[in-house]
Write a protein that binds this ligand. Structure first.
Ligand SMILES: Nc1ncnc2c1ncn2[C@@H]1O[C@H](COP(=O)(O)OP(=O)(O)OP(=O)(O)O)[C@@H](O)[C@H]1O
Ligand SMILES: [Mg+2]
Length: 458
């Protein structure tokens, strides 16, 4: 190290991070290029631009999916909303599963109305809607029965049944469910949950004969599944997923959000989000087969509620893997990194699936985490020691981005006009008359890069 008093006097010299990156390749990061949306400032210098489709095309990412972590109120949803909004410039579309009903201002900005789901409401979505025609053609008959039901519908139904039961299906339950789906499909085209429940509670002699049993036994095999699924049909959750999809929904627009806020505090939120996501992905997959279809972001906010169930987690991971085939980038928003471990016992299949979701999401955006979360974050996200030190210090609006094998510290910058679509502090800022004053002091309260960050991009 040079002593500043005795060493040679070198005049100050300014360079761009791009040139500095060439001079000090191990200390500075040249960024991800300029193709994509501007997220904000790279705290080590320059702006930060990201687009999963462009990065995939450039070979920097091997999948377009993204997971966003962060403590309450750190700016996760604000980032996601503005990211989608900025992507609209490039003709990208977005579909959102919105458990808190907070994407309504974004929908309004886009000129669309959210699809509001509530028990006994006027909108129904059928989670058993089929996927694309090609997928159906490949659909195998189930268990050798002359089935119309394709594999996707069977997987969705099994996941929902297992989510409702809160455990994996037993082999005989799975068989009874598959046979009921076949019977419901044979009866009237696209099956619905009420038809499946009816078929479970009143199995046909042919269904029973196809698995060498009698009707009474088959009924007994599927009774628990039927009684749980019945909640979605006749019970407290009826009127949302228990019939054909309501005709006339505007699904061709650039932004579709499913508002589940009426059920946010329901213990069945995970099941409902699973139903909504199942419907959404089938519909999207059908649209994606149209030539020239725009690329789409599918956002599951508060995704911990979906991951909490093994059946749903398994199915979600499978659909995550299909993202490339359909030109979809999935975005999951979670609070803590350990949400992924909390979904099951150590070493369980559930934890394996949750970790698989992480592996299939090459862009990880980590907002501030509690100090107690650091070891989980370090292990699951392969953080360096410096990154692990930094994560608990990140203030609102600042996140550590792990994009493939590269790291960035990014301050998300809100545009003036974007504040209206991201504000979730209304309940915390009581007097509307004083809002402008509060907003003035509510500028992005983001930190500057701690000195230790010099090593971040190593
Ligand atoms: N980059 C930012 N600059 C300034 N304010 C921000 C920024 N990001 C978020 N905010 C403000 O912080 C508040 C909380 O943000 P947001 O709702 O995105 O948090 P969150 O992490 O999604 O919280 P939760 O876990 O409760 O869903 C919002 O009112 C938003 O306006
Ligand atoms: Mg949020």
């Amino acid at each position: 190290m040079l002593n500043p008093r005795t060493g040679p006097r070198v005049p100050a010299h300014q360079v761009t991070t791009r040139h500095l990156g060439a001079a000090y390749p191990l200390l500075t990061e040249a960024g991800l290029g300029h193709r994509g949306v501007l997220v904000g400032h790279d705290l080590l210098g320059g702006s930060f631009v990201h687009d999963p489709f462009e990065l995939y095309a450039a070979g920097i990412l091997s999948n377009p999916n993204m997971i966003v972590f962060g403590q309450i109120g750190r700016g996760k949803s604000a980032f996601v909303k503005t990211y989608l909004w900025r992507q609209a410039v490039f003709g990208r579309r977005a579909w959102v599963v919105d458990p808190k009903g907070e994407y309504c201002p974004l929908a309004a900005a886009w000129g669309t109305r959210p699809v509001a789901l509530r028990p006994g409401g006027s909108v129904r979505l059928n989670p058993l809607d089929p996927g694309p025609a090609a997928e159906e053609d490949q659909g195998d008959a189930i268990d050798g029965a002359p089935g119309m039901a394709n594999r996707r519908q069977a997987e969705v139904l099994a996941s929902l049944a297992s989510a409702c039961l809160g455990r994996q299906l037993l082999p005989r339950e799975r068989t009874a469910t598959d046979l009921a789906l076949c019977a419901a499909s044979a009866a009237r085209g696209v099956p619905t949950l009420p038809q499946v429940v009816d078929a479970l509670l009143d199995p046909s002699a042919e269904s029973a004969a196809s698995v060498r049993t009698d009707r009474a036994t088959l009924l007994e095999d599927g009774r628990d599944v039927a009684l749980e699924l019945r909640r979605l049909v006749h019970g407290d959750l009826r009127g949302m997923f228990d019939g054909p999809t309501t005709p006339g929904l505007d699904l061709g627009g650039p932004f579709v959000s499913l508002d589940l806020s009426a059920l946010y505090s329901s213990p069945a939120l995970g099941v409902l989000m699973a139903c909504a996501t199942a419907w959404l992905q089938a519909t999207l997959a059908r649209q994606a087969t149209v030539p020239g279809a725009a690329r789409v972001f599918v956002v599951v906010d508060e995704a911990w509620a979906v991951l909490a169930n093994l059946g749903v987690a398994r199915w979600l991971q499978a659909s995550w893997k299909l993202s490339r085939a359909y030109g979809v980038a999935n975005v999951a928003v979670l609070h803590r990194v350990s949400d992924l471990q909390a979904v099951g016992a150590a070493g369980s299949e559930q934890v394996g699936l949750a970790n698989g979701l992480l592996a299939d999401s090459e862009t990880r955006v980590v907002y501030g985490q509690a100090p107690g979360e650091v070891s989980a974050a370090r292990e699951l996200l392969s953080l360096s020691e410096t990154e692990a030190d930094v994560v608990p210090q990140l203030r609102r609006g600042v996140a550590l981005w792990k994009v493939g094998r590269r790291s960035f510290l990014v301050r998300h910058v809100l545009g003036r006009d974007e504040r209206a679509i991201v504000d979730t502090d209304a309940a915390m800022t009581a007097q509307p008359a004083r809002r402008s004053h509060l907003d003035a002091s509510h500028q992005p309260d983001v930190g500057t890069a701690p000195a230790s960050l010099q090593l971040l991009s190593v």
